[in-house]
Design a protein around this ligand. Structure first.
Ligand SMILES: [Cu+2]
Length: 204
């Protein structure tokens, strides 16, 4: 019995490895779909960071999109809500409108349908205050980084694509996202808007 079970395990491993090798070859042959955004403060339009989005090649309708955001000396210390909003406009930041939420049951209301929107992400944490930078009111501004994944949106064409007729934008909020555990409550999704970045698809 022991010999048989080892034999089964070995052949299963061989199949798995063969599959991985094939996936890597496929990835080299097809380019990732990528996009980026320049993040600017809502009050001064000053650039404070960048976002990078990477969608790996996949035949599936649901795809994994990697999101990386780096902020340098631009936001107050602590956590700030981050979402993809429904319109690719940042001047003023209210022009980005509600949260990206396409589909037949779309409800883009920031506090009213949170955290169920397609564009809902997780907080960025601003922890590095060593830059010794302050805003016009004397509030210290720091740096931080967010790396996360989402399967709720795509960069390539399809029903979840960020590149619909009016595009999409990141909004970083003044306050942390509580993810609205008690249902709709004013400001539960992060309140006022601190920064914005229009998402632009890289040329293929
Ligand atoms: Cu938001």
């Amino acid at each position: 019995m022991k010999t048989i079970s080892i034999g089964v395990a070995t052949s299963a491993l061989a199949i798995t490895l063969g599959h991985i090798a094939f996936a890597e070859e496929a990835e080299e042959a097809v380019d990732n779909v990528t996009a980026s955004a320049a993040i600017k403060r809502c009050d001064t339009q000053q650039p404070i960071g960048r976002a990078r989005l990477t969608e790996r090649p996949s035949e599936e309708g649901v795809k994994v999109v990697e999101v990386e955001i780096g902020i340098r000396n631009g936001l107050t210390e602590g956590k700030h809500a981050v979402h993809i909003h429904e319109t690719g406009m940042c001047e003023p930041c209210s022009a980005a409108k509600g949260h990206f939420d396409p589909g037949p049951n779309s409800n883009t209301s920031p506090d009213g349908n949170h955290p169920f929107h397609a564009g809902d992400l997780v907080n960025i944490d601003i922890t590095d205050m060593s830059g010794d930078v302050t805003d016009d009111d004397g509030n210290p501004l720091g740096s931080g980084r967010l790396q996360t994944l989402t399967t709720r949106v795509t960069l390539s064409d399809g029903p979840l694509s960020l590149f619909d007729a009016d595009g999409s934008a990141f909004i970083i909020h003044v306050d942390p996202d509580s993810y609205c555990p008690g249902g709709e409550e004013a400001g539960c999704a992060g309140g006022a808007r601190a920064a914005c970045g229009i998402i632009v698809k890289d040329e293929a």
